[in-house]
Design a protein around this ligand. Structure first.
Ligand SMILES: Cc1cc2nc3c(=O)[nH]c(=O)nc-3n(C[C@H](O)[C@H](O)[C@H](O)COP(=O)(O)OP(=O)(O)OC[C@H]3O[C@@H](n4cnc5c(N)ncnc54)[C@H](O)[C@@H]3O)c2cc1C
Ligand code: FES
Length: 259
């Protein structure tokens, strides 16, 4: 973990109430898709965790949805403003598990971390299939960016205003066979993806959100119960506690215990 003072390079609305912020500064500790950074906002005691959507040697991109006071405050931060962030947080996705035909399934603001993952697959000549779910066309973002990275991108929306009318899992069947699933999105979506993976016997990694205190493993505030896995990745029958900020936010399908 490293505390970094970033300079805001860009902070723009890319869909209704969804903003992209590009920060310039030290990204030494950011090295995996699926990690997150924890932003300190003046006047707010708790930091705000946001997934890394993209990064390079000196910049990091996040995409955030306005939900409450903290994210509303973030929309007002101008270009050039300095912002304190903890970096290098979370385990991230393990792209070595992907096999030849990974399927990336994202919903809403769970989509951003999958962009960097798709870029990483492109760099090693793996063509991922992509399923993106939105509530409505006005919430949609990053579709063109994913189309540049994959020849197989399908979109679903709950109100039918863009792509297939339905949930993101409704388009996933059209994207199999697939060797491994990587997914991030709202809990209800993760549960549906879990059922999809069980039905087709596909293994996967799921990224979770949890309310956080410290964000780096010290307070146990984000602990959740999980199945213990053996060295082969199979459940041992025992249960263990996992800190979503430290041993997560990405969990293997076989270790997930739904509350
Ligand atoms: C690992 C991780 C990655 C995330 N990545 C993204 C992302 O890429 N884009 C995005 O838009 N959102 C993401 N979130 C959710 C984001 O952290 C919350 O939307 C944000 O903290 C809300 O802050 P607020 O002040 O606007 O809302 P408020 O409701 O006013 O926040 C009150 C408190 O609750 C916490 N909180 C509220 N909602 C959440 C939530 N869903 N998860 C965790 N803490 C919450 C806040 O951090 C704050 O401490 C992520 C959450 C986690 C845990
Ligand atoms: S938020 Fe403190 S241990 Fe995870």
């Amino acid at each position: 973990m490293k505390k970094v003072l970033f300079k805001i390079k860009e902070n723009i609305e890319i869909a209704e109430n969804i903003f992209k912020m590009v920060l310039s500064g030290d990204t030494e500790e950011i090295n995996k898709a699926g990690q997150f950074i924890d932003l300190k906002l003046s006047n707010y005691y708790l930091r705000r965790p946001i997934s890394v959507s993209d990064f390079d040697d000196n910049s990091v991109t996040i995409v955030y949805k306005v939900l409450g006071k903290g994210t509303k405050f973030m929309t007002m931060l101008p270009r050039g403003h300095m912002i304190d962030a903890l970096t290098g947080l979370g385990n991230g996705f393990d792209e070595s598990k992907s096999g030849p035909s990974p399927l990336l399934i994202g919903g809403g603001v769970g989509i951003p971390p999958l962009l960097k993952l798709a870029k990483m697959f492109n760099e090693i000549n793996v063509n991922p299939s992509i399923a993106l779910g939105f509530n409505s066309e006005k919430d949609a973002f990053y579709i063109d960016e994913f189309k540049e990275l994959s020849s197989k991108v399908l979109v679903a929306s709950v109100d039918g205003s863009i792509g297939v009318n339905g949930f993101v899992t409704d388009v996933c069947e059209a994207l199999i066979p697939s060797s491994f699933v990587y997914t991030c999105g709202p809990l209800s979506m993760l549960k549906s993806v879990y059922s999809f993976c069980e039905k087709y016997d596909i293994d996967g990694e799921f990224s979770f959100e949890e309310r956080m205190g410290c964000g780096f493993g010290a307070c146990m505030g984000c602990s959740t119960e999980a199945r213990e896995l053996d060295a082969q990745g199979e459940p041992t029958g025992k249960y263990i506690s996992k800190r979503i900020c430290k041993e997560g936010p990405v969990l293997c399908r076989k270790e997930i215990l739904w509350k």
